[in-house]
Design a protein around this ligand. Structure first.
Ligand SMILES: [Fe+2]
Length: 405
């Protein structure tokens, strides 16, 4: 029974069921000895039953065309055998066994998108004066070290690697430890240095206040990796601000400013001779409640107000207040980037910036790349299952009990 097929590539601990009872709805109520329970709808169980027109052992995916699904299916029989759930579907007569550990992971809410990721910890500069720092060469070789770095990255929204080589390919190497890189019109990886003909304010020596990259896209990049290859200039310190802390502050002290940032929309644009990217959104986008917040904050690409004339004055005031808080010493940390350092951060949560520097006195060469949040989330979930003992050494979010019905 222990080798029962599940619709994924994980090995589940055997968590024997105590009892199962049929429900008036035609489904089943499962109970474990510790009191945990799960109500299973018969159609959901039928879709996930191993075998032909169910879970294919090759793809481990459901290959039942829903057009062929008999919507009147009920459970005729349900019992526990060696701890596993065994059911017979009526009127089909098909019998199926289900791994109790897989069912338990659903009962514990471990199938939820954010279940295996740490809860965000909101920080101000006094809580986190320096980015959480990890040894780069170890992270490149060791999955447990990679998991700890990513856990900090997801919890605080930023995490640094040190002692890496300074080759141009390092940022891609680190990114591929996580997953697929996200291409853009700046290239798969891109250089940050003072150009004679910059197509971005990043490639100048002026100060960059707290901002997020590419708010001009429908979905701005989830994460950004910046690797320092060379830095011989004085100044040019990097800055980071937790956008969630700014929201918390505004909520408590300037709620009307926060309302304006959440409500009033702007058209963002990013263009060069070959590209014309545009998107409309508020400075703080709460999404639909199921995705993390997105901060759209970068004045060089904020083009036009997309709001009634009477809102515009208040909207500019709100942006000014937002910038004042985000760039203040209470919220913003400053740190030096040394050759061999790599800073990774959540581009949609943490606002990054740079102090001005004198480009005539030295060289400052960074190489960066973007990644979708999905890549970071996916790697963290896989590591959670593949690194022995990881779940005990990291503080994961509390699983929510949830019915699949
Ligand atoms: Fe940037």
């Amino acid at each position: 029974m222990a080798d029962l097929l599940t619709p994924d590539y994980y090995e589940y601990e055997w968590v024997p069921l105590e009892s199962v009872s049929l429900m008036p709805s035609g489904g089943a109520l499962l109970i474990w000895p510790d009191g945990q329970s799960l109500e299973c709808h018969p159609l959901w169980l039928r879709e996930n039953s191993p075998g032909p027109e169910g879970i294919d052992p090759r793809s481990k995916e459901n290959d039942l065309d829903v057009a062929k699904l008999d919507l009147d299916i009920r459970l005729g029989v349900a019992f526990v055998e060696d701890g596993a759930l065994v059911v017979e579907f009526h009127p089909e007569g098909r019998r199926a066994s289900f791994h109790p550990g897989w069912l338990r992971h659903v009962a514990d809410g471990q199938h939820q998108p954010f279940a295996l990721l740490p809860d965000p910890q909101i920080w101000k500069s006094q809580d986190l004066p320096e980015p959480p720092t990890h040894e780069g060469p170890l992270v490149l070789q060791d999955d447990a070290a990679l998991a700890k770095w990513l856990n900090d990255l997801l919890e605080f929204g930023l995490a640094r690697l040190v002692s890496l080589p300074t080759d141009a390919g390092v940022v891609e190497l680190v990114g591929r430890r996580i997953g697929v890189l996200r291409d853009s019109n700046f290239g798969l990886t891109w250089h940050v240095s003072v150009d004679l003909d910059p197509n971005s304010t990043a490639n100048t020596d002026v100060r960059l206040p707290a901002h997020s990259d590419l708010p001009s896209r429908e979905t701005p990049p989830g994460f950004q990796l910046l690797h320092c290859q060379e830095n011989t200039v004085a100044g040019g310190h990097s800055t980071m601000t937790d956008g969630l802390a700014v929201v918390q502050h505004l909520e408590q002290n300037e709620p009307e400013v926060l309302q304006s940032l959440l409500k009033s929309e702007w058209i963002f644009f990013n263009r060069d001779e070959e590209h014309d990217h545009r998107w409309t959104g508020p400075i703080i986008d709460r999404g639909d409640g199921r995705v993390p917040w997105t901060f759209r904050a970068f004045h060089p690409v904020r083009g036009f107000p997309a709001m009634p004339q009477e809102e515009i004055g208040d909207a500019y005031f709100a942006i000014q207040r937002f910038g004042h808080v985000a760039n203040s010493d209470d919220f913003q940390i400053r740190y030096e980037l040394h050759p061999g350092d790599l800073i990774a951060f959540d581009n949609r949560r943490v606002l990054h910036g740079r102090e001005s520097f004198d480009s005539t006195e030295g060289t400052r060469q960074l190489r960066g790349t973007y990644m979708d949040s999905d890549e970071v989330y996916s790697r963290m979930r896989v590591l959670h299952h593949s690194v022995p003992g990881l779940q005990h050494s990291l503080a994961f979010s509390v699983a929510r009990k949830d019915s699949n019905a």
